[in-house]
Design a protein around this ligand. Sequence first.
Ligand code: SF4
Length: 459
Amino acid sequence: MKAVRQWSVRHAAGLERLYEAFAQLAPLLRPLATIIGKQGTERMLAPLERGAKQLMFDCRMCGTCVLRKTGMACPTNCGKSMRNGPCGGVRADGGCEVDPAMRCVWLEARDGMRRISPHDERTGSLPPIDFSRRDRSTWIEVIDGAPERVQPPAPPPRDRPIHAFEAACRSGRFVTTVEIAPPDSADPAALLARAAIFAGLVDAMNITDGAGGNCHMSSAAAAAILAAHGHTPVCQIACRDRNRIAVQGDILGAAALGVRNILCLTGDDVSQGDHPQAKPVFDLDAVNLLRIARDMRDKGEFASGRKLETPPDLFIGATANPFAPPFDDRIDNLEMKIDAGAQFIQTQFCFDLDLFHRFMDVVRARGLHDRARMIVGVGTLSSVKALRWMAHHVPGVRIPDSVLARIAQADDQRAEGVAVLEETIRKLREIEGVAGVHLMGHRNEATLAEAIVRSGVRA
Ligand code: SF4
């Protein structure tokens, strides 16, 4: 099956011509379909379509075929159901985060698009799968002349209050955010103790949402607790665990409890965490979650179109990973997220400044830093052993050998790690278009607070 799938991508240009011919000729079958009836025609077509497309593309009959936009690579084969380019977990050899033996579907898609249209290999923005159409025929829609499903244009921004973190980002000063792991506890005391370490040192505190596929207190609840205690939380919302009904409920609930900032992300696969038996949901990807959150705020409606009584006031963020292949796709993916509503971006750990410089060169050339605040992920761990583990086990993290060697040779590896972190923060501060740093480090709060003070970003 894999070989046939790869053959289809290699012959994407020929298959595209075949699809185009079908699109031109299909309306001629409309009178016949009218005589047989739409349902009857679909009953005849669906098994044919399923047989042909399963063989050629490993198709799952999602009912809204997008093969012509994805270079004849079927995106339903993606382990995280990504609809708008690769996730941040693509391995260095192009292997999938979920199934390392499989090449990332979105690398295949870009190859196929390059064959179809050598001057523009972008795959375009796709709406979420319409699961009510699962197992239905797409060919009948072509015969029927049904309009193509496209993403609706962005609504005009709504006038709304500007809260603390957004005001800090708009001020133009260098901002600092930190990631806090919510506790494995029904008692908020541990969460508040962690947050207290950063009081006065950061502009906002991200509460991770089952980071790495591990179970903790919910991000929405932890963010609400912090907001009630005078902190400025960023509630992270991952697509891995909840469908579109649940995430919209969480966005409204968090906003009603005083949470003003959200970070939309696809999320790590469940296989990375402590519940590998769990069902990965991935009903949405980050781009579609961003659109939904923005439309809840600016259109005042759910994804279904049903009106909200009171829209949430939200400052909306997204993630980016400049350090994972395919590097060219990273900028397109970033732009897609900004188009979908991202106002601030927090990146994966930056250890490779050369690569990050190259990323920012393109970000500036495309003016993306003017449309969303770029906040760069930084951090350290206590030893070179821990850093090596992270580089090998956390998809999308890249640590150059020179950095590992420097820390390995130090007498005090923890102190050297902090020194590298401080230097990185200082260097990032000098890069045009970098709006701030986002400190990450699982249960490493004291070290991160020390690095914030010593790097001089906050007194
Ligand atoms: S690497 Fe990510 S985007 Fe690519 S196929 Fe795997 S899960 Fe999907």
